[in-house]
Design a protein around this ligand. Structure first.
Ligand code: ZN
Length: 371
């Protein structure tokens, strides 16, 4: 028996296209319609990256098949060595050696340094930089920041002028300018992984990357944990895009990644930028809701789930959507048309914002700038 509400839900036609075009025009007035991701133009600088022209998405990096051994004699600090041991102990219980290839290749040539950061110079808890003059390096202010940076190390590979780190890809052009894509998803998911595998032992400054983490969790709900974790550790952004292409167009996927990246750069937004980018969170949420719903429609059609299961899962999914985020001291509203409609359809309006809101109340003005 199909009830009225289920019938309505089945008929749910998310008007993403229309909305996205409108919102994209607000968020990316200089980009216009993105016809192909290879020609994606990046108009806003990120961290130390400069204005970009084109970004190509690199396919899955080839395996090096590094020896699964760690030279602990190189790690002078006992506490750091213990954390490295704990890190790989936990990860090797969950992943086969080929997924940890990047970790084994990077760990034996990276210096681990604990150092006090001057707040005026740096407002984060640490960073991983494989391109430091003195050789690859992780610097942390406290050991609790080391898990996050070790995840960066475990998911990074430097291929000439292309730096791949989890879902992030940076390309350095001949003129020294740098383009980047996937940076916010990468930081958000690095936090998902750090919290998942190391719980309270891990901590970044000011509970870092909260909105990016919550958005990443929703994306993982669509992709599935197992696949998403392997894509991340293998530096396989193109694999993630291929998976999403089952439910969304390349233009929608790239707009989503791009909108996410803007959430990281927003601490530098001027009044004018803020005005221009107010649709950010709406674009992100419209993508998540629409993509998830497309997947669920397919699963019902394939007989994988029942209508009742679809409703329950949809409720769970929508409850985890972030509807407001304070980024760089500015409040972004995430109530897009699709989300409001979905809430009403599922009968959960008003009840679902509490946890996410509580999460965000603690969220301070500035975001860390580590990578
Ligand atoms: Zn980071």
């Amino acid at each position: 028996m199909v009830t009225k509400r289920q019938e309505d839900l089945l008929d749910l036609k998310l008007d993403f296209q229309k909305f996205a075009c409108k919102a994209v025009n607000i968020a990316f007035p200089l980009v216009g319609v993105i016809s192909e991701y290879k020609k994606l133009k990046i108009v806003k600088s990120m961290h130390r990256y400069t204005y970009a022209k084109h970004t190509d998405i690199v396919g899955q990096p080839a395996l090096v098949m590094a020896k699964p051994e760690i030279d602990y004699s190189r790690i002078k600090n006992r506490k750091a060595a213990k954390i490295v041991e704990e890190f790989i102990g936990v990860l090797s219980n969950h992943f086969p050696p080929e997924v940890l290839d990047n970790f084994y290749r990077n760990i034996n040539n990276t210096k681990l340094v604990k150092k006090f950061f001057h707040r005026l110079v740096q407002d984060n808890g640490g960073f991983y930089d494989p391109e430091q003059k003195g050789g690859p390096m992780i610097q942390v202010e406290d050991y609790c920041n080391l898990y996050h940076e070790l995840f960066h190390l475990a998911s990074s590979i430097l291929l000439g002028n292309i730096f791949i780190s989890g879902f992030q890809q940076d390309v350095t052009k001949e003129d020294g300018k740098r383009t980047t894509i996937g940076s916010a998803l990468n930081e958000g998911y690095t936090e998902v992984m750090s919290r998942r595998y190391f719980g309270s032992r891990h901590a970044m400054l000011k509970d870092a990357y909260v909105p990016q983490r919550i958005i990443s969790e929703r994306l993982e709900y669509i992709i599935g944990r197992e696949k998403m974790e392997v894509f991340y550790l293998s530096g396989n952004l193109s694999g993630l895009i291929e998976e999403l292409k089952k439910y969304a167009s390349v233009e929608e996927i790239m707009s989503f990644l791009y909108a996410m990246d803007l959430t990281l750069s927003s601490h530098e937004f001027s009044d004018e930028d803020y005005e221009k980018n107010q649709g950010l969170l709406k674009v992100i949420n419209a993508f998540l809701v629409k993509t998830f719903d497309k997947k669920q429609t397919m699963r019902v059609a394939n007989g994988e789930i029942t209508d009742e299961e679809r409703i329950e899962e949809s409720k769970e999914f929508v409850r985890g959507i972030i509807t407001e985020a304070t980024i760089g001291g500015r409040v972004y509203d995430g109530h897009c048309q699709d989300l409001s409609f979905m809430k009403i359809m599922l009968g959960i309006e008003g009840e679902y914002e509490t946890q996410q809101m509580r999460d965000l109340l603690d969220y301070e003005e500035s975001l860390p700038r580590s990578r």
